[in-house]
Write a protein that binds this ligand. Structure first.
Ligand code: TC6
Length: 689
């Protein structure tokens, strides 16, 4: 068995190198090997100081998440940190890449930390529904104070070396190339200065200062409600940090361990871990291997400077890739560019970027009214009006203009990509790149594979997605692709229940209670009812609302009435319209009441659609469908996505309840064959991977 930790002795200093690719996660094997190496170094009289350093691209990126849920093998990570805390000689952590979670906690249990200037540290456990369970909640407040610790641990943000140095989280920052030499030199200085072994656990100043401020924790919760809603971990983090203030160090650690154990066993954490791996798994396309070499994307062309085109453009500017932005009229072009600038300036005003960065990004745009300006682009993305004729026309024209090998992408959200591709003589170069609005914010990118799309093009799109900070999910061609098709039934059911007499506020409340940021009708009002395309031939509540000038939040009235602070309240006008439309359509039925019944009605059809999408081969795997819902539709991450959630409910129960709904509401609730098969076999979607 290869050892994951090895030692080399260099005059007084033992250099222990951790080597567990790809990210040096603290697996059972690594902890055991590290413990043995440390033990040897502690016992060797010739060793006077120890440097912990990592091979490969990063310092330790955390505990090994794949081993969660199994009992710890000894030494556990907290044991290892205590072992370091009790070390009889100075230990120095030398950090490059990212020291995250348990990796940073390991470094915090050392006496000193030296980092490469490009390194980042952080405690991102909150994103996995857990807390730093190896002393992080006890040590960080002892360094940075309680308020800063709460902010760092509940946000999970990564902290660059310079900031970490100013916060005292590390003791030195040095050039990347000289980290190893500087760490050894640091160790030698420590030896020369008498071998001091400062332990963070012994620091008391900051936690004692918090004793008198009992309101600190309540205030933090109040100031950050969005971090707490629905999630278990942030509240547990606050409790653990509070223990750092009120209890001696070892008792605080015991509290932290108990909270960690509770969280790691929770369905919420299981769901968040599922999302973590789903995000990474999505990048793998089984039939695309090393033979499909992605092409370099050095210049991009975007056609259409509207809301989508502008947002898409920003992704590339942010990644330093120049964009030629083409519109039909000067006015539309100017408006689009002004919007991009305004977005950047708003970010700068919040202190999240400098004005110099704003100008650098804006300078990467070449505006044009001429498709001919796209001749040198490696990738063209069409983001114009959703009309097959318009799109086919643009693709045919682009075909005559752009260079050989360029990729032609459509941002269509539902049109048949194969028909668009057929308008060109190079369908192998055509792909769908479906961004979600706002395109510069939402992390999902559906990469739509047409029947002729080449492997090179798919490989390029998947790689590019990562470069621009998106999570790519591969979709086959169908109406709505994965995410829109998946979520459409939720909207249909919301509207059906509305006509049957269920108050829209109750429907929305059930969705918000489940964990969505807002309900279906609130969402419609936010987007704007005039923006959402409707079947003009059919009388709908939405159509009537638009006709009455109730366009949504922007007009202070849509499904709801809004006050000047944009707070919604039920509208008598809407209620009357609903009753009229229901009567005109002859809608019968009774109101659905109670969150459980409402959620079954709203969300089981989504699960069912997911089963169909999977069975038809539109999605590669169940976890792709989950991550598309989480990242494209803000499905609450602590539910893991619709299929993971259905597994947790139990597919047997889902099918039984759907059959009961089918008896009342008809075919739309008929369980899909895959769902029935899995339920009959007592399996879940998770068993398919
Ligand atoms: C913790 O520490 C708790 C402590 C308390 C204990 C009491 N474990 O993201 P990438 C895999 S919780 C196992 O594509 P990047 C990942 O699945 C942990 N595997 O690379 C992928 O595998 P694949 C707290 C892990 O360069 C491969 O490594 N730490 C882990 O874009 C490459 O990953 C975190 O939450 C892990 N901890 O980003 C940090 N981490 O190739 C989580 C990664 O088979 N990790 N893998 O698909 C990250 O944020 C990023 O991976 C990164 C590297 C920034 C380290």
């Amino acid at each position: 068995m290869t050892r994951t930790a090895t030692s080399a002795f260099m005059a007084d200093v033992m250099l222990i190198t951790l080597d567990n690719p790809p990210v040096n996660a603290l697996s059972n094997a690594l902890r055991r090997d590290l413990h043995e190496e440390l033990q040897r170094a502690f016992e060797d009289a010739a060793v006077r100081a120890i440097v912990l350093i990592c091979a490969g691209r990063t310092f330790v990126a955390g505990a090994d998440i794949t081993e969660f849920g199994q009992p710890w093998q000894r030494p556990s990570l907290p044991d290892l940190c205590t072992f370091l805390d009790d070390a009889p000689k100075p230990v120095i952590a030398a950090i490059h890449g990212t020291a995250l979670g348990g990796g940073f906690e390991l470094a915090l249990a050392c006496h000193y930390r030296i980092a490469a200037l490009s390194a980042k540290v952080g405690l991102p456990e909150v994103h996995l529904g857990i807390l730093p369970g190896a002393g992080g909640t006890q040590r960080v407040p002892r360094i940075v104070g309680v308020e800063a610790a709460l902010e760092i641990i509940t946000s999970g943000r990564r902290i660059g070396a310079t900031e970490a140095l100013s916060l005292g989280l590390i003791d030195a920052a040095v050039g990347d190339a000289i980290l190893r030499d500087e760490a050894i030199a640091f160790a030698k200085r420590v030896i020369a200065d008498g071998g001091a072994m400062p332990r963070i656990r012994d620091r008391t100043v900051t936690v004692e200062a918090a004793h008198a401020r009992s309101d600190l924790f309540a205030n933090f919760r109040k100031a950050n409600p969005h971090r707490f809603k629905g999630f278990l971990a942030p509240a547990a983090i606050v409790e653990a940090v509070e223990a750092a203030v009120t209890l001696p160090f070892d008792d605080g650690l015991a509290t932290e361990t108990a909270l960690f154990e509770r969280l790691v066993a929770s369905p919420e954490s299981a769901a968040q871990r599922h999302a973590f791996f789903a995000e990474r798994e999505a990048a793998r396309v089984p039939d695309i291997g090393a033979d499909a070499v992605p092409i370099d994307i050095c210049a991009v062309g975007v056609i259409g400077a509207g809301t989508m085109g502008g947002g898409i453009t920003m992704n590339f500017l942010n990644a330093g890739i120049p964009v030629t932005l083409v519109e039909m009229t000067q006015e539309a072009l100017d408006r689009g560019i002004a919007t991009i600038r305004r977005n950047y300036e708003a970010t700068a005003a919040k202190g999240r970027m400098t004005t110099q960065h704003v100008e650098q990004r804006m300078a990467l745009i070449s505006p044009s009214l001429d498709l001919g300006a796209l001749v040198d682009a490696d990738l063209l993305i069409e983001a114009v009006y959703e009309s097959m004729d318009v799109k086919r026309d643009i693709f045919a024209r682009l075909d005559g203009i752009v260079k050989q090998g360029a990729i032609l992408a459509s941002n269509t959200s539902f049109l048949d990509l194969n028909r668009i591709a057929a308008a060109t003589r190079r369908p192998a170069c055509v792909v769908g790149l479906h961004f979600f609005s706002p395109a510069n914010v939402m992390r999902l990118l559906e990469v739509v594979r047409g029947s002729a799309t080449s492997k090179t093009v798919i490989a390029t799109a998947m790689k590019l997605a990562k470069r621009i900070g998106k999570v790519a999910v591969l979709s086959g061609v169908c109406d709505g692709f994965i995410a829109n098709r998946l979520l459409a039934p939720r909207g249909y059911q919301a509207e059906a229940m509305m006509l049957e007499g269920t108050p829209i506020a109750e429907i929305d409340r059930a969705l918000v209670g489940y964990g969505f940021a807002m309900g279906h009708f609130q969402m419609m009002d936010l987007v704007g009812l005039d923006v959402i395309g409707r079947d003009a031939a059919k009388r709908t509540v939405m159509g009537d609302l638009v006709a009455a000038g109730r366009l949504g939040q922007k007009r202070g009235a849509g499904y709801y009435d809004y006050d000047e602070k944009r707070r919604p309240s039920p509208s008598a006008v809407t209620a009357a319209l609903i009753a009229e439309v229901a009567a005109a359509g002859g809608v019968a039925g009774a109101a659905t009441r109670g969150d459980e019944a409402l959620l079954a009605r709203l969300l089981y059809p989504v699960v069912n659609e997911g089963a169909k999408i999977l069975d038809e081969g539109i999605a590669l795997r169940a976890s792709d469908i989950d991550i598309a819902a989480v990242l494209g539709y803000n499905w609450p991450v602590y539910r893991g996505g619709p299929l993971f959630w259905a597994d947790q409910v139990g597919l047997g129960r889902v099918v039984a309840e759907m059959r009961a709904l089918e008896a009342v509401h008809g075919e739309v609730f008929r369980p899909a064959p895959l769902l029935v098969r899995l339920a009959d076999e007592g399996r879940g979607f998770g068993s398919l991977s």
